[in-house]
Design a protein around this ligand. Structure first.
Ligand SMILES: *[C@@H]1O[C@H](CO)[C@@H](O)[C@H](O)[C@H]1NC(C)=O
Ligand SMILES: *[C@@H]1O[C@H](CO)[C@@H](O)[C@H](O)[C@H]1NC(C)=O
Ligand SMILES: *[C@@H]1O[C@H](CO)[C@@H](O)[C@H](O)[C@H]1NC(C)=O
Ligand SMILES: *[C@@H]1O[C@H](CO)[C@@H](O)[C@H](O)[C@H]1NC(C)=O
Ligand SMILES: *[C@@H]1O[C@H](CO)[C@@H](O)[C@H](O)[C@H]1NC(C)=O
Ligand SMILES: *[C@@H]1O[C@H](CO)[C@@H](O)[C@H](O)[C@H]1NC(C)=O
Length: 818
């Protein structure tokens, strides 16, 4: 526990009941430290959003974060999940944020509470519930009485829940910092003076809640005192808080990036990630929060948008499933240890920086005779060898920072990665799926029968309250023989997205979707009509509501306003936008809970030939329990688009038929130079997302059921469960270092596939021997490692015997076995 040394025994009677009581912890700050109970600290924090994993996963994620050298865990609070219907709250299960922060404390970590309640977070509608949008006279995130009132009520509720559970450090709890609003400064301009008034109100409202710990506002240059303004980005070394007495805080160090449908997998290298952090502390930084430390999964319909994918892996130090993402995790862990060596001087020293030319700087923190140094090389291509006289000679690769303990001993360099590389493999789970299926019942909508009518084209999210992705627009058109519209016409629909399916007279005529960044698109298709009544049925589907930008909440969805037109002979146009339209929210299968294996509403059909390529189709299969503890994924290769459920839990939207951009993956990934999300991408030309996380807690030890809703047409023949297992581990270390290698808990090192101490070349998976090596290379590594869960090797001639190489390193590849 964070308060480990501060237990008070209340009195003898309570001793038996309540052994440990944490007493108040004072959190203050100045320009060079967060001061916790008088201790001057620099802090490493990591974002783990509780609803992007499950409560069963939290203890393991938090322990791994602690082991990775973090001091704190940050999370937003997700309003739409907690108050889906006005004044009807849900804080149960995976939404139990109080329990999450209690586990944070039990893991010996502090908490950073970002209430928002606007959170962005690539979360549906930035975390706003749809009932809020539908309140009369409301305007979001500005000086609007209706909005401010609701924001205050929700914020106060969260604060009061924290107080009741004694979660604030001022009460002995883990939370040392809280945030109000979120990145408002980025988009404030268009809100004018009302925006300025709003941000002042946010600050006053927050302060009035008396939480006893500091408040922050991120990306808010004009944050009113006592709010601390903080920085979000890839690099924040040049950031300066607006008050010289405020600590320099990096609230979102983007460790990777999120992914939209159609985009490739982004990666930020361990070297550049570490470079950003080291540069920040070199330049007076006090607090660094990784966004994300564990990204996790956008379960259900929580992904923002439009078009944000279900995986929120983010290339974070813990991967989507909770595995260590190595070498990033290990490289940052060593960075934390190295910076912590200088904590005393960083927080209570004098900083001076000397420009040594060619982008090289020596930054020294001193107090009395003690020194701590950062030697940085910000040049993008030239390595440097620096002679610091009595303090030694240092090789500083381009775009890297060396950390020098006492200014004369290199303990770390951001570009020299010595942490192991872990290669995870997916293993097929035995057993075939025996599929049954059901068509989505569409009799009513094909006949144009809905639940309510209007003589205009309505806005989708507000009309439907966003309870489903799907919204039906239906009308009928009377066509006269011998008019311009009597035979073939073009159906023209302008929609704000995100997906449109069109049917005429019960027949499917086509579908279309937009692309990220597009605010609307036109659907045009030649269709046959018949004399008399013709039924036009349009199904609009959303793929995550917008979450970012000025006035993002007003961005329309669906066919709102249209126009919808029929174009006949000689371009004669019949605008049917103001027809009488009939409406229906959601699918019949959703209403009848087809996704629920216990529901008896579905007539599942079995046949030898399961339909493939069939639109609007439900599939169901049972499967046996999945042994072991390895994370489980559902491989949906071959499917089109839809949503998947395991034992009634939605594991999110799937869209494997959406192929990622084919270009840009070739070539090697250079860590040098400023990072952008297009750099170092993988997965070109493959399904944007093929694998979908199935948390172990969704699985049962007896009968399990997977249910898919397929919207576009797919083939479930190859759908299977797989487990992700650590299969291969590599290490690559220079002479006179200690190489530590580990398989996952419960695994053993079964085989050394490669070991060479000398001048080997290549990378993990393709190492090859060089011109010289020590004869004992393989046998020594085998002796140290085979049969164990982990091993460490002293990389030196003492271990391996002498070689005739000039510079020597050890490359190892080994196999792990369950
Ligand atoms: C900070 O440094 C000053 C000057 O060396 C010293 O007197 C003081 O005790 C230090 N404060 C802390 C909290 O270490
Ligand atoms: C190097 O130090 C000088 C002197 O303090 C400073 O002006 C300059 O911005 C620093 N350069 C870098 C790349 O940090
Ligand atoms: C598949 O399931 C159906 C009913 O769910 C059952 O009748 C059939 O025997 C099963 N086939 C196999 C090969 O298990
Ligand atoms: C067909 O004729 C009816 C009755 O004359 C008229 O109300 C309707 O607008 C016509 N429809 C079209 C598409 O021309
Ligand atoms: C109909 O409109 C299209 C597009 O504006 C144009 O290319 C075409 O020539 C027009 N056809 C007639 C018969 O006017
Ligand atoms: C199923 O997998 C096989 C073997 O990889 C492949 O040839 C086939 O195209 C896949 N089918 C679908 C529908 O993805």
């Amino acid at each position: 526990m964070v308060c480990r040394n501060r237990f008070k025994i209340l009195h003898f009677v309570s001793l038996a009941i309540q052994l440990l009581v944490c007493s108040a912890i004072e959190v203050t700050y100045d320009s060079s430290a967060i001061i916790i109970d008088g201790q001057r600290r620099v802090l490493f924090s990591g974002a783990i959003h509780y609803p992007r994993s499950t409560s069963e996963m939290w203890p393991d994620l938090l322990q791994k974060a602690k082991d990775g050298g973090l001091d704190a865990i940050e999370s937003y609070i997700f309003w739409d999940q907690h108050e889906p219907v006005r004044r009807r709250y849900n804080f149960a299960g995976d939404l139990d944020f109080v329990k999450f922060f209690q586990l944070v404390q039990q893991a010996g970590l502090y908490g950073i509470l970002r209430i928002g309640p606007y959170v962005c977070a690539e979360w549906n509608y930035g975390g706003f519930p749809m009932w809020l949008k539908n309140m009369p006279d409301i305007q979001f995130r500005t000086d609007n009485a209706v909005y401010k009132n609701e924001m205050q009520i929700f914020t106060t509720k969260i604060v009061n829940m924290c107080k009741a559970a004694k979660l604030f450090a001022s009460q002995g709890g883990p939370i040392i910092i809280a945030q109000i609003e979120n990145e408002y400064g980025n988009i404030m301009g268009p809100y004018g003076d009302a925006g300025k008034a709003y941000i002042k109100w946010c600050a006053q409202m927050a302060v009035s809640l008396n939480i006893g710990v500091p408040w922050i506002m991120c990306q808010q240059d004009d944050a009113p005192q006592p709010m601390i303004n903080t920085c979000n980005g890839y690099y924040c070394d040049t950031f300066k808080p607006n008050n010289p007495k405020s600590p320099k805080m990096f609230t979102e160090n983007w460790i990777g990036w999120f992914k939209k449908w159609g985009e490739r997998d982004p990666h930020r290298t361990p070297q550049d990630s570490a470079f950003s952090v080291a540069r920040f502390f070199e330049n007076g930084g006090v607090f660094n929060n990784y966004y994300m430390y564990h990204g996790g999964t956008n379960f259900g319909r929580t992904s923002g948008g439009p078009y944000i994918a279900t995986s929120y892996d983010y290339d974070a130090p813990l991967d989507e499933y909770g595995n260590l993402n190595q070498p990033k995790y290990g490289h940052l862990k060593k960075l934390h240890e190295s910076i912590k060596l200088g904590e005393k001087l960083l927080t209570n020293g004098t900083r001076s920086s000397k420009d040594l030319g060619n982008g090289v700087n020596l930054t020294m923190y001193t107090n009395g005779g003690e020194r701590f140094c950062f030697l940085s090389n910000t040049d993008k291509s030239n390595d440097a060898t620096m002679d610091l006289g009595n303090d030694g000679k240092y090789y500083v690769p381009a775009w890297s920072v060396s950390i020098l303990e006492n200014c004369n001993k290199e303990v770390y360099n951001t570009a020299k990665v010595s942490a192991q590389t872990s290669v995870l493999a997916k293993k097929q789970v035995e057993g075939q799926f025996n599929w049954s299926w059901s068509p989505e019942p569409m009799k009513d909508t094909m006949q144009g029968i809905g639940k309510f009518k209007a003589t205009q084209l309505l806005e989708q999210k507000q009309t439907s309250f966003d309870v489903s992705d799907y919204f039906w627009y239906m009308t009928s058109v009377n066509v006269n023989e011998s008019s311009s519209f009597s035979n073939k016409v073009v159906l023209h629909v302008e929609t704000k997205g995100h997906v449109l399916h069109a049917f005429v007279n019960k027949g499917f005529v086509g579908y279309q979707y937009g692309t990220p960044g597009q605010l609307s698109f036109n659907f045009e298709k030649s269709v046959s009509v018949k004399p008399g009544e013709n039924t036009i049925t349009l199904l609009s589907a959303t793929v995550g509501l917008p979450n970012y930008g000025a006035f993002f909440d007003t961005q329309p969805t669906g066919i709102v306003g249209g126009p919808v037109k029929l174009i006949g002979d000689n371009n004669a146009t019949l605008d049917i936008s103001s027809n009488r339209w009939s409406y229906k929210v959601g699918l019949n299968g959703e209403g009848k809970r087809f996704y629920d294996p216990d529901s008896r509403n579905t007539k599942w059909r079995t046949s030898d030939e399961i339909p493939t390529g069939r639109r609007m189709t439900w599939y169901k299969a049972s499967f046996k329990p999945i042994d072991g503890n390895d994370p489980v994924v559902l491989d949906l290769q071959g499917m089109g688009k839809g949503q998947a459920w395991v034992n009634g839990h939605s594991i999110g939207r799937f869209w494997p038929s959406y192929i990622a951009n084919e270009n840009g993956c070739g070539g090697s990934c250079d860590y040098r130079g400023e990072y952008k999300a297009e750099k170092c991408v993988t997965n070109c030309g493959n399904p944007t997302q093929r694998w979908y996380h199935v948390p172990r807690s969704y699985l049962r030890s007896f009968a399990n059921t997977v249910i898919l809703f397929e919207e576009l047409g797919g083939n479930p023949q190859n759908v299977s469960f797989q487990t992700t297992t650590l299969e291969t581990v590599c290490g690559d270390a220079f002479e006179n270092s200690l190489l530590e290698l580990a398989c996952s808990e419960g695994q053993t090192i079964s085989e050394i596939q490669f070991a060479s101490f000398g001048d080997p070349s290549g990378i993990c998976g393709s190492f090859s021997k060089g011109s010289c090596e020590a004869k004992e290379s393989l046998s020594q590594v085998e002796k140290a490692c085979v049969g164990r869960e982990s091993c460490s090797i002293d990389v030196s001639e003492k271990t391996f015997g002498s070689t005739n190489c000039v510079t020597k390193r050890l490359a190892v590849q080994l196999a792990c076995e369950n």
